[in-house]
Design a protein around this ligand. Sequence first.
Ligand SMILES: NC(=O)c1ccc[n+]([C@@H]2O[C@H](COP(=O)([O-])OP(=O)(O)OC[C@H]3O[C@@H](n4cnc5c(N)ncnc54)[C@H](OP(=O)(O)O)[C@@H]3O)[C@@H](O)[C@H]2O)c1
Length: 299
Amino acid sequence: MRIAVTGGTGFIGRRLVRVLLEAGHEVNLLARRPRTGLDPRISLWLWDALESEPPSEAFSGTDAVIHLSGEPLVQQWTSEIKRRIRASRVEGTRRLVAALGRLQQLPRTLISASAIGYYGDRGDELLTEDSPPGSGFLAEVCQEWEAAANEAAGLGVRVVVLRIGIVLGRDGGALARMLPIFCAGLGGRLGDGRQWMSWIHVADLVGLVHFLLEREGVRGPVNAVAPNPVSNAEFTRALGRALRRPALLCVPRWLLQVVYGEMAHILLSSQRVQPAVAEREGYAFQFPVLDLALRDLLA
Ligand SMILES: NC(=O)c1ccc[n+]([C@@H]2O[C@H](COP(=O)([O-])OP(=O)(O)OC[C@H]3O[C@@H](n4cnc5c(N)ncnc54)[C@H](OP(=O)(O)O)[C@@H]3O)[C@@H](O)[C@H]2O)c1
């Protein structure tokens, strides 16, 4: 297949592009800046989601589009950053769909990122793809982001929105940020540690995307999380154990709120998410439990 990928230079995208190439696919990469030294099977197209529509030619002849780009969420949420978080996702996705609408021949599939932030802060409630959305800034952004992607269904494209959980990998994302702190023996639970963390190993996330490319019958939301979420306290203990470091501290809620402002919501909100669609469709998780995932990532 020829597959267009946005955000293919990011933490998830880099791994995804590598796996797609290894599987024999060709990639049209949409990125904001020129790059040198790219694999010859990658064609580069310049696109800044905050500025303009992507060139339709970037999608011409493609079988599928995987849309991952977006302003990073983990930074101080000033009003300008919140504007960029929302616009890069919502406007960016609308612009992408508008460019698809100009094609004579459309790709069959659009797999568009979303996040479990869609569900808001939900305590111990078990959440599946059928659960209603939550409230708050991220939940609203996710709803608008998904609605923008779903517009492509009106063009006849199969749309899958991936509600991605906390992606664990060595070279980016939450784990890479936690490692130096835990390695120094300064790891600890956040707040009361009861908030659920729905995580996924980056290999499973990329594996699930690959699986869904071929799964023509699946459309709509898909929770991209492992089947065994854990509380933040359990996560803290598991990471301390895996690193053989004490992880006994507790970072109080107020301190996170002072240091991170509104963004602390990401660290403190609780989402106990089940991958109901992935399991129903028979996706076999390589890393269904946290200890296994951490052992692999920290080996
Ligand atoms: N990692 C996670 O745990 C996680 C969890 C839930 C959801 N997600 C979602 O999954 C997607 C990919 O995540 P990731 O961790 O791989 O993100 P990432 O490492 O931050 O990469 C995202 C890519 O988006 C592009 N980008 C960044 N800022 C942008 C902006 N203002 N406007 C347009 N494009 C911009 C960049 O590509 P170029 O510089 O090449 O343009 C960047 O490489 C994101 O939408 C993220 O919200 C991730």
